[in-house]
Write a protein that binds this ligand. Structure first.
Ligand code: ZN
Length: 344
């Protein structure tokens, strides 16, 4: 089990980044990775505390999370003799920091500036390959510094996407249970329950999340961190990623760029819940309160794209047993499923 050593969630906590790093004794040379916009927002906040802590750091602007970008950062780390990496931003900078630090065998710290998915704390990083996105196993962040003040200023659809990613644990855990019963694979009750807890918190607090209260944002951030930790405990993304994620990945192939990761996962959860015989209307109701898409057109997708993705989903990660193995969706049954739950 590999778990983060320090998790700080709260308003303005990024202003004490230097202090937090000093306490972790990671060394004196750090490299911060972010996109240009995050740099603009974050630099003035963290610089004074980093300078006070006498930590030397360089700031590297990174592009999309690709194998080439991970390699570029890894060679920069060697050149600059950096002792640790900081990934600051939404998805890509954290993914690149996670994978490059794993390659270089140095620790990394996650500073999320949005709450759009559970990669902010999980040991898994995704990179875009030529044909599809790949999820790679690395290590979880040594520390997570989540400034809810910054996160509340991020575009609203990022938070919405984070909620969709969390609700998807409902069907991910069901798929894991099913896989364990059918193939005898390991099933970890503790990590399964921890992942489910994250989904249930979102269901319970949907109203306060939708009105973007400080408490609502903290719930989403903490739930995302816990769900990444659940993956760390399980030693695989199994408790966090099931058939609904396969649907989201399939959509990425069928209709690239339409809808965010968590939005598609949320929509997938409605459909996979129906296949599992769960109460999908509760899930749909929560997504609606949060303003997360429940219909194809809300993410700019067509009915045909949804049907295609549903059929394709099963073939994406065959070693992972899910309800899709039982349902064996055809175009007709996929269309009926999507229609029954109102996605198309
Ligand atoms: Zn996800």
């Amino acid at each position: 089990m590999e778990l983060p050593r320090l998790v700080v969630v709260g308003t303005g906590v990024s202003r004490n980044l230097g202090e937090a790093l000093q306490g972790l004794e990671l060394g004196e040379r750090g490299m911060i990775l972010s996109g240009p916009i995050v740099k603009e927002i974050l630099e003035s906040r963290v610089r004074p505390s980093l300078e006070d802590s006498s930590i030397k750091f360089t700031w590297e602007i990174v592009g999309a999370s690709s194998f080439a970008e991970v390699e570029r950062v890894a060679s920069l780390v060697k050149e600059e003799k950096a002792d640790f990496l900081i990934g600051a931003g939404g998805g890509r900078s954290i993914d690149i920091a996670k994978l490059a630090s794993f390659n270089c065998k140095i620790p990394f710290v996650s500073v999320p500036t949005s709450a759009s998915h559970d990669g902010i704390s999980s040991p898994f990083g995704s990179v875009r390959g030529l044909d599809r996105p790949y999820s790679l196993v690395a290590k979880p962040p040594l520390a997570i510094i989540a400034d809810t003040d910054l996160i509340s200023q991020a575009p609203h659809n990022l938070l919405v996407s984070g909620c969709g990613d969390l609700i998807s644990k409902k069907t991910a855990v069901k798929d894991w249970e099913l896989g364990s019963a059918k193939t005898g694979e390991y099933f970890g009750r503790y990590s399964a329950n921890l992942a489910l807890l994250s989904a249930n918190m979102i269901m319970e607090d949907a109203e306060s999340i939708s009105s973007i209260t400080a408490e609502g944002i903290s719930v989403v951030v903490e739930a995302l961190i816990s769900s990444g930790v659940a993956a760390g405990i399980a030693g695989s993304s199994r408790p966090c990623s099931g058939s609904e994620h396969l649907f989201s990945h399939a959509m990425e192939i069928v209709a690239p760029g339409k809808g965010m990761h968590g939005e598609k996962c949320g929509m997938g959860t409605i459909m996979m819940a129906k296949l599992h015989g769960l109460d999908y209307s509760e899930i749909k109701k929560t997504l609606k309160i949060i303003d997360s898409p429940v219909r194809a057109e809300e993410i700019g997708a067509t009915a045909e794209e949804i049907v295609k993705a549903l059929v394709l989903a099963r073939s994406i990660r065959r070693e992972r047993y899910t309800i899709l193995e039982e349902a064996k969706l055809t175009e007709d049954s996929a269309r009926k499923l999507a229609k029954d739950v109102g996605v198309i």
